[in-house]
Every structure is written in structure tokens, then in C-alpha cells.
Design a protein. Structure first.
Length: 445
């Protein structure tokens, strides 16, 4: 039978202690134990904890994730130690193995192709003559841009600002639907607040201007602003990362095959990710394992980066793998071109203490430099995954990590861990098999 609970009215106005008391009272049976569990993850420094609390709403505690590093990532001839925050145990290890593999083969390379972001004012205009609306827009465009100067002046001093503003006719898709479409350069900031503030101002100003237009009819002066919002789809803000070596230099004893056979199987796996959506989805998930982990570590918005990447993967109407490979003229080239909007100033990049440490570890990169790092780690993770798939299989590495998770769950001692690792080196790993093995060990101690 379901519990009949009353709504927690006024919850957001309560103190953190009051929120915990109320949640525990309504949703848990062992109140003292749960309260202590929540409090055990608070930061010892009250100022740091206050900062963490203010990142979100209705905060009860912190939810720690492991922060690991990929050492020895050679990118554009510079050796980096890259921070990654992720709970999937094999990701950091796989990225590190790729970094080491390519360290002696020229390392990773990356370049930013462009860094233009966009946003739209979506509005409804029920006039009949689109050309008349276009003419009106052209007549007030400079005034619209002038009105944004108080918001754009500081960004313009850093080399950014509004790059373009246009009217887009979408009436074929929705009656009366148009957009004011703007393009932006936000320099080292991700720029979401900057872009949204400008778009909202453009929407208000456009509505005011058109309502005052004496050469338009009453119905033509009526504009409904539906919304003003940046787009997380940023195909004009792209970065490319790649690795390249002679085919014979791919030789590695762990592959169990010749360099030529490995290159052929690897290329076929990439082609499959281009033609089969069931494979493409998992293929791209692996890329995002690496990308998201660096994005989170540096205090950026991994949801925005994810959404953009997956939209880009389907840009021609079919969802496809994001990475590419060529095997020709004796050269193996593996690459990733991906859009992303990230920053190194503002937001959590400046406020989160570990995000600041992550950026310090990377040598305080600007936004373009961080885009290159993120793309390189995405490519490293993808190389590791595809390499495993076409050689030993993906489960060998995964299950070694899974074994440690099971042993942690069973609270295995150090001696039990070492014995289990040796025993399961060539055995099938499952929760039951590990549990039975540990029980056997404990029975004979």
C-alpha cells in the first residue's frame, strides 16, 4: 500500500538542516542514520560548502565523484596531465592507455576550426507579405544592434560580441513563424548568460519598434515573441583532433595480429558506426565518455556538449559515428571533428574549487586550447574502445574493473582482493562467482 504523504510546502525557504529533517521524516525510517549520511559528505570548510550549496537548489549534501587523471597525453607536442571526473571505472584507464600508445607515435594533434555560437528570437508575425517584414527588419537592424551596446561593450573589448543578425522565415514549418537569428563570439566564456540576455533585449526592442511602425497596418504591427534563447547546437564552433602514423608503426604485441590487419579491422569498425545506428549510438557514447569527463572536471556544461554532439551526429538525417579513419598511402589517420561550446572563465570554471584546480593542472588554457584537450581525450577514449573491440574484446578490461567494484561491495580484505584478482585472471567474472569465491576463502580462514 502506498504511503499517503502531504506536499512539502515552502520547502525552498527552509534552512538546509530543516530540509534534511523534513525529507528524512517523510521518506526514511532510520532518521538518525540517514541524517548522518547526508552530513558525512559536507565539506569541512564552511565557506566551500556554502559555495557548493549555492550551485543548485534545495541542496542537502554533496555527491562525490572520483577525479582521476590521464598522464602523458601529448597534444600538439605538449605533454599534458588531463583531469577526468567520471564514475565508469574503465574510462580513465582506457584513455591513459591510448595516451601512452600514441606518445611514441607522434601524439595527438588538434585545431579549432571556428568558435561561433548562435541564438534565436522565435516570434510569430501574421502579416501576409514576408518581403515587407524583411524590409522593416533591414530598416531597424542597426538600431537593434545599437540597443545591445551596453551588454556587448565589454565582450567587444576582448574581441567578441555579435557577429551577425538576420531574419529567418520559417513559415513553411509553422504558420507565421520567424526568427531573429544572431551569431556570437564569446571568447573564453561559454557565454550562455551573455547570449540569452542579448536575445531577450533584441526581442523586446524588435517588438517595440514594430509596434511603432507607421508604415505597417495594425495587424502587421502585432508580433508575439514566443521565446528568446541560445542554441546548444553549435556547428560553427568546432574542433578537430587526430592521430597519424605509418601503418607498420601500429605494431603492438597485445593486438594479436599484424599492423595491416589491425588497421583494416579498425577502419571497418568505424565504417560500421557510420551505417548502423545501433552501433553508432554506442560508438558515440564511448567518445562522450572521454569528453564529458574532462568537461565536468573543468566546470563546464556536459549536457550542452552532449546535446550538440548527438545533434551533429545526425546532421544529414541519419545518426552516425562521429569519428573518421583513413588508411591510405601507407598512413593510418584517425580523427574526430566535433562541435562544442565550452569556456574557461565565468560560472563554475571560476567558482568550483576543483574546476579551478583542473584548469591549473592544464596550465590555465583559454577556451580554444581547452576545446583541443577535450576533443583529444574523446578521440583517445574512442581509439581505446575500438582497439579493444577489434582485438581482445571490450569485456576483458571492463570486467577487471567490475571485479574491483564487486570486491568493494563485498568489503573484501586486501588479502582477499589479491587472491581474487589472481583467481579471476582467466575466469568468468560475475557477482555470484566472486561472492562464492570470497565466501570460500572466508570459510577456510
Amino acid at each position: 500500500m502506498k504511503n499517503e504523504r502531504r506536499p512539502l510546502n515552502g520547502f525552498s525557504k527552509l534552512s538546509k538542516f530543516e530540509k534534511i529533517d523534513l525529507v528524512v521524516k517523510n521518506y526514511f525510517s532510520d532518521s538518525d542514520l540517514v541524517k548522518n549520511q547526508f552530513k558525512n559528505f559536507w565539506h569541512d570548510d564552511e565557506n566551500v560548502q556554502r559555495t557548493l550549496d549555492e550551485f543548485s537548489e534545495n541542496t542537502l549534501t554533496n555527491f562525490p565523484f572520483p577525479m582521476g587523471v590521464v598522464p602523458n597525453l601529448k597534444l600538439n607536442d605538449e605533454l599534458l596531465c588531463v583531469p577526468m571526473v567520471i564514475e565508469e571505472s574503465s574510462v580513465v584507464a582506457a584513455s591513459a592507455r591510448s595516451a601512452n600508445f600514441w606518445l611514441s607515435r607522434g601524439g595527438f594533434h588538434a585545431e579549432v576550426i571556428s568558435s561561433v555560437k548562435s541564438g534565436q528570437v522565435h516570434f510569430i508575425w501574421k502579416g501576409e507579405n514576408t518581403e515587407k517584414l524583411q524590409a522593416f527588419f533591414d530598416s531597424v537592424k542597426e538600431e537593434l544592434l545599437h540597443e545591445t551596446k551596453p551588454l556587448t561593450s565589454n565582450m567587444e573589448k576582448r574581441g567578441g560580441g555579435i557577429l551577425a543578425l538576420s531574419l529567418v522565415d520559417r513559415t513553411k514549418d509553422e504558420p507565421g513563424y520567424y526568427q531573429l537569428s544572431a551569431e556570437f563570439e564569446t571568447c573564453d566564456a561559454m557565454g550562455a548568460n551573455f547570449i540569452n540576455s542579448i536575445l531577450e533585449l533584441l526581442g523586446r526592442t524588435f517588438k517595440e519598434k514594430i509596434s511603432e511602425a507607421s508604415d505597417l497596418s495594425e495587424s502587421e504591427r502585432d508580433v508575439q515573441i514566443v521565446m528568446a534563447i541560445l542554441s546548444n547546437y553549435t556547428p560553427k564552433s568546432r574542433v578537430r583532433a587526430w592521430v597519424q602514423c605509418k601503418i607498420e608503426d601500429l605494431n603492438d604485441p597485445s593486438f594479436g595480429m599484424s599492423a595491416e590487419e589491425f588497421a583494416e579491422k579498425f577502419a571497418r569498425a568505424i565504417r560500421i558506426s557510420k551505417i548502423d545506428v545501433t552501433r553508432a549510438t554506442t560508438h558515440n557514447k564511448g567518445i562522450m565518455n572521454g569528453i564529458d569527463a574532462v568537461v565536468v572536471a573543468t566546470g563546464n556544461d556536459f549536457r550542452a556538449v552532449e546535446a550538440c554532439a548527438h545533434a551533429y551526429a545526425a546532421r544529414d538525417g541519419q545518426y552516425r559515428g562521429l569519428s573518421d579513419v583513413t588508411v591510405e598511402n601507407g598512413l593510418f589517420t584517425f580523427s574526430l571533428e566535433i562541435p562544442m561550446a565550452i569556456g574557461t572563465v565565468g560560472g563554475l570554471t571560476s567558482l568550483h574549487p576543483l574546476a579551478r584546480l583542473s584548469l591549473d593542472m592544464l596550465g590555465r588554457p583559454n577556451a580554444h586550447e581547452l576545446m583541443k584537450v577535450v576533443a583529444a581525450v574523446g578521440l583517445a577514449q574512442n581509439f581505446a574502445a575500438v582497439r579493444s573491440l577489434v582485438t581482445s574484446g571490450i569485456q576483458k578490461g571492463h570486467m577487471k574493473m567490475h571485479l574491483m567494484n564487486i570486491l568493494n561491495h563485498l568489503e573484501a580484505s586486501e588479502a582477499e582482493r589479491e587472491s581474487a584478482k589472481a583467481h579471476f585472471e582467466n575466469e568468468v567474472i560475475s557477482f555470484k562467482s566472486v561472492r562464492d569465491y570470497i565466501s570460500h576463502l572466508r570459510h577456510y580462514v
